[in-house]
Design a protein around this ligand. Structure first.
Ligand code: PLP
Length: 400
C-alpha cells in the first residue's frame, strides 16, 4: 500500500475500491464550454444603444437557441421547412402566405422579384434584365432612401411622387409596384390607406417595409389587414429572432412567385439570400414568443429601467435628462442625457470611449457634443444598474 501511494499512477487499487486513475481524477464536472469570442479577443458589451445591425442587433432567447441547436442535428427538405413555417407565420400575422427570408432587405428583393416574374421561370432566370417585364416602382419622395437599393437590385427604376395626383400621372403600363417605407409615413403626403387604395384602383401591388417597426406587436398584422399585398419585416431586431432572418408575407401568389427567386433554387438573383433551416425555425419560434409575451409588462420594465438610469445621473450639476419614445421604428423609451461642457468637462465622444473601455464595456448612442442617448430594450437582466453606475461615475469624475 505504501508503495502504491508513493506512485499513485502505477496500476492497482487504492482502499476506495476504485481504479487509481479514477480515484485521483477530478470529480465529474462539466468541462467549461469553449468561448470563441473570448478566444479571439472579440469585445463583447452591454448594449444600451439598441438593435443596430453593426452591434449584432439583438440576442436570441433561450427557446430560439434551443430550436436552432435541436434542428441542427437533423436533415430536412428546405422547402418543406419553409412551407410548414410559412403556414404558421401567415396565420399568426393574418397573411395569406409567408416565407422566412435573409432579413427584411432580402424580403424586399424577393418580394419584388415575385411581382416582376410571376411564376414564369424564364423571367426568374432573366432578372435583373427586365426585357419584357415591367420595370418601374413608384415611391414617395420622402420614402426614397437607401433601402430602395433592395428594390433596384432587381433592375427596376424608382419613380418619385409626392401627391396622389402625381401617382395618377406616374402610373403606366411599366409600373410594377408601389413601395411604402413605414417609418417615413409621417413625412409623406400620402398615408398608408390612400397608398393601398391607389394601388388597388390601378391594380398595382403595394409593398410596405416595416423592418424595425415592432413594437407595437399589432403592426405584425395591421398592414396585412389594411390590404398591403406584401409586408416585409426584420426578424433580428425587437423580435429577437436570428439577426440574418426576416419575413416576407402577403398575397399567396406573390409569396409563391417570390420563392422561385430564393434558395434552394439557383440560377436566380436570390441564390445568395439563403436562410438555413435552423434560422427559419428559430425565426418562427421568436415570432411566436414575441407575439405571446406580456407587452404591457415589458413596456413597464423598460420605463422602470430608464427611470433608474435617469435617477442615477439627474442630480449631477448641469445634467438634463429627457425621456422620449419615437412614434414609429424602434418604438421604445429613449433616455437623453445632456450636460454643460463648462461644468462637466467631458465630450460625448470621450464619454463613449470611457464607457466602451470600461469593465464591462458599454455601448450607448452618440448624440450632440454634450449628450448621449440610450435605450434599455436590449439590456440583459440587471444591466441597467451597471449602465446607471458607470455613466454616473464618468460624469461625476469630469465635474470641475
Ligand atoms: C433594418 C432595416 C432594413 C433591413 O433589414 P434587415 O433585416 O437587416 O435585412 C430595411 N429597412 C429598414 C427601414 C430597416 O430599419
Amino acid at each position: 500500500m505504501k508503495r502504491l501511494s508513493t506512485f499513485p499512477l502505477v496500476g492497482g487499487m487504492i482502499g476506495t475500491g476504485l481504479p487509481i486513475h479514477s480515484a485521483i481524477s477530478q470529480p465529474l464536472e462539466e468541462a467549461p464550454k469553449r468561448d470563441v469570442m473570448k478566444e479571439l479577443g472579440i469585445r463583447t458589451f452591454v448594449n444600451a444603444a439598441g438593435t443596430y445591425t453593426a452591434m449584432t442587433a439583438s440576442l436570441m432567447p433561450k427557446e430560439v437557441m434551443e430550436t436552432i441547436q435541436i434542428s441542427g442535428t437533423q436533415f430536412a427538405m428546405l422547402d418543406e421547412v419553409q412551407d410548414k413555417v410559412g403556414e404558421k407565420i401567415a396565420k399568426l400575422c393574418h397573411a395569406e402566405a409567408a416565407t422566412v427570408t435573409a432579413g427584411c432587405w432580402s424580403a424586399m428583393v424577393l418580394g419584388l422579384a415575385g411581382v416582376l416574374t410571376g411564376t414564369d421561370k424564364k423571367k426568374v432566370a432573366q432578372l435583373p434584365n427586365l426585357e419584357g417585364m415591367k420595370n418601374e416602382v413608384i415611391v414617395q419622395k420622402s420614402h426614397n432612401v437607401g433601402y430602395v437599393h433592395a428594390l433596384t437590385n432587381t433592375g427596376v427604376t424608382m419613380i418619385e411622387v409626392e401627391t396622389a395626383q402625381d401617382v395618377e400621372r406616374a402610373v403606366n403600363d411599366k409600373t410594377a409596384m408601389m413601395w411604402f417605407l413605414n417609418y417615413q409615413a409621417p413625412e409623406g403626403k400620402i398615408a398608408h390607406e390612400e397608398w393601398v387604395s391607389l394601388g388597388k384602383k390601378h391594380n398595382i401591388p403595394t409593398m410596405i417595409d416595416m423592418a424595425a417597426d415592432v413594437p407595437p406587436v399589432e403592426n405584425l398584422w395591421k398592414y396585412n389587414d389594411m390590404g398591403f399585398d406584401l409586408v416585409c419585416v426584420s426578424g433580428g431586431k425587437a423580435m429577437k429572432g436570428p439577426q440574418s432572418a426576416g419575413i416576407l408575407m402577403g398575397k399567396k401568389d406573390l409569396v409563391e412567385a417570390a420563392r422561385l427567386s430564393a434558395p434552394p433554387r439557383g440560377g436566380n438573383i436570390g441564390r445568395g439570400m439563403k436562410v438555413n433551416k435552423e434560422e427559419i425555425l428559430g425565426m418562427y419560434v421568436a415570432l411566436e414568443m414575441y407575439i405571446n409575451k406580456d407587452h404591457e409588462k415589458e413596456w413597464k420594465s423598460w420605463e422602470d429601467k430608464v427611470a433608474q438610469i435617469e435617477n442615477a445621473v439627474k442630480d449631477l450639476q448641469s445634467v438634463k435628462t429627457e425621456v422620449s419614445v419615437p412614434p414609429i421604428a424602434n418604438h421604445t423609451p429613449y433616455l437623453n442625457i445632456s450636460w454643460d461642457l463648462d461644468v462637466i468637462k467631458i465630450t460625448r465622444a470621450e464619454l463613449q470611449d470611457k464607457l466602451r473601455s470600461g469593465e464591462p464595456s458599454i455601448e450607448v448612442i452618440g448624440s450632440k457634443d454634450n449628450a448621449i442617448s440610450l435605450t434599455v430594450f436590449m439590456l440583459r437582466p440587471k444591466e441597467e444598474k451597471i449602465v446607471a453606475k458607470r455613466i454616473r461615475e464618468e460624469l461625476k469624475a469630469a465635474l470641475v
